[in-house]
Each structure stands twice: as structure tokens, then as C-alpha cells.
Design a protein around this ligand. Structure first.
Ligand code: SF4
Length: 110
């Protein structure tokens, strides 16, 4: 391999372990505007966790895991009332926030 080629071993920390992996998974809300077959979440309105509990989950991720990114899922995380605060907090911790959303508003369904 010459110097101009990428070495995938420089890009990944394989093998990942429970405490050392690229992505931690945060689910602050179970509510979603869709109801897909096969969805493993119970779609519940007003299901969002208090922001203090979300931050506690982030504290645990930082203390016990060595993640580069926090994947924010749900439900639809954009329905979480303080999603901007979560994203800002993750960024301020030096981690990369990733939002898993459909960007599908309820008004579009009517
Ligand atoms: S959380 Fe994802 S899989 Fe579940 S209903 Fe919503 S869009 Fe579908």
C-alpha cells in the first residue's frame, strides 16, 4: 500500500466493545408521527424524558463509554421539546450529535 491510500485501521477502532464504540444511542422520546410496521418502539404521546434525565444518560455515556458520536433517536427526536438543548449539550461535551429523524410534521399528514 502506498502513502496516498487510506488505511481503514486508522479510521476505525475495531473491534468495538460495550465500553468503547463509535456511537452511543440516546432515545429521549418515544413519540413519532408515523406508525411503521416493525417499529420496536411504543408510540406514546407526551413520552419525552425530562431534560435532567437525558443529561444523566449523557453523563453515563461519557463516564462509562468511549463514543465519538451520540445518535439521537426515538420515536422522532425532532418532536422532543428541548432538542436544541440536547444537541448543544452533546456538542459542548466534544461529541458529535446525529439526529435520526424523518423531519415529518403532523400537519403534513392531514
Ligand atoms: S420511530 Fe421510526 S420506525 Fe418507529 S414509527 Fe417512527 S419512523 Fe417508523
Amino acid at each position: 500500500m502506498n502513502d496516498s491510500q487510506l488505511n481503514h485501521l486508522d479510521l476505525y477502532r475495531l473491534p468495538w466493545t460495550l465500553s468503547d464504540n463509535a456511537i452511543s444511542w440516546l432515545e429521549p422520546i418515544a413519540m413519532c408521527n408515523l406508525s411503521c410496521d416493525g417499529c420496536y418502539r411504543e408510540n406514546e404521546k407526551k413520552s419525552h424524558l425530562p431534560i435532567e434525565e437525558v443529561k444523566h444518560h449523557l453523563d453515563v455515556f461519557q463516564k462509562l463509554r468511549n463514543s465519538d458520536c451520540i445518535s439521537i433517536a426515538g420515536g422522532d427526536p425532532l418532536l422532543y421539546p428541548e432538542i436544541v438543548e440536547i444537541v448543544t449539550d452533546i456538542k459542548n461535551r466534544g461529541l458529535k450529535p446525529i439526529i435520526k429523524s424523518l423531519v415529518l410534521l403532523e400537519s403534513w399528514l392531514n
